[in-house]
Design a protein around this ligand. Sequence first.
Ligand code: OGA
Ligand code: ZN
Ligand code: ZN
Length: 363
Amino acid sequence: MATNLIPVTQIPAIWLRDNCPCPTCVDEVSGQKLFGITDLPATATIDRVEESGDEVSVTLGPDGHVATFSRAWLAENHPQVPAAPNPRTEDAKTLWHGADHPVPRFEWDGFLSGEHRAAALDAVLRRGYVVLSGVPVDDREVLRVAAEFGYVRTTNYGELFEVRAEPAAANLAFTNLPITPHTDNPYRDPVPTVQLLHCLLNAAEGGDSALVDGFEAAGRLRTADPHAFGLLTTTPVTFRYRDAGAELTSTQPLIGLDARGRVREVRFNNRSMRPVHLAPADIEAFYAAYRAFAELLYDPEAAVRFRLGPGDCMVFDNTRVLHARTGFTTDGHRHLQGCYIDLDGIASNHRILTSGARPASPH
Ligand code: OGA
Ligand code: ZN
Ligand code: ZN
């Protein structure tokens, strides 16, 4: 805990007034605020501070409202206590490069019994992926796994999609061709933040999997070529998907930053990227930056590689970790089922598992 925090008398009165926990200000059941900012006086003042035991009471002008805080609450929420790192950004992640880390792999039985549940959720949140083994090789079982992690995101592909070689496929994922590292569905807004791929059969020759940490690669680009990194964080790029029943499009930079300038999401998919709209003088610099990022992402050294066998299910952060597969022969058979869920559900389940029951607090 920081020790040189300013005393309560020096905290701006509007902050104290906005955080008053009294029953007029906060609903005692839900913990939600009962007022909006425009209900508060624009010019609040601190008229008096009284300390007794574990509590600090502040009388606020101009209306004499009394806000009473516990010392423990003030110590935790004091405005000078640094905010926790944004859990979606590179600051909260354990970055990796290639096979420099043990693949987080857990038995499905151990997940269901609770033994490995928190560790598997944590692996997706911090490493960006987990591989589960021993998931029953049953049709639609991927939805059961999805429901244990979070909430299924139904899309135009349905609740789940079949990944196998199909004639006249609308998506190259549904052929036997190799697929280079990519994030899925960058043409959606919002993009699905987590993808699951459950292997039912992999008897083909080829069809091996690879994952790449896009945040780690973005950090490498920033170090090696800050200008290229800057271009990829500021140049809007459009992605599109089109078939008989859907036309989806979204425009975002390839590298998305949070309000503090930290890497928060990567979109990368050569198959669905549309022409960039740029002044002719800026096109070559954009392409050089795009190529430099692709070289980092396609570097064989950057990928962790494994082969999914029947009963394996990988769950990965689709805003960070790119996935790929090698091409495969169609005389053997390969069949995966996939679906999408979202990171917020995983993060919530992880907090509930690791922090015990807590009272309701505002949305
Ligand atoms: C996908 C995909 C990889 C694979 O379905 O999105 O990229 O291993 N599949 O088939
Ligand atoms: Zn109050
Ligand atoms: Zn994919």
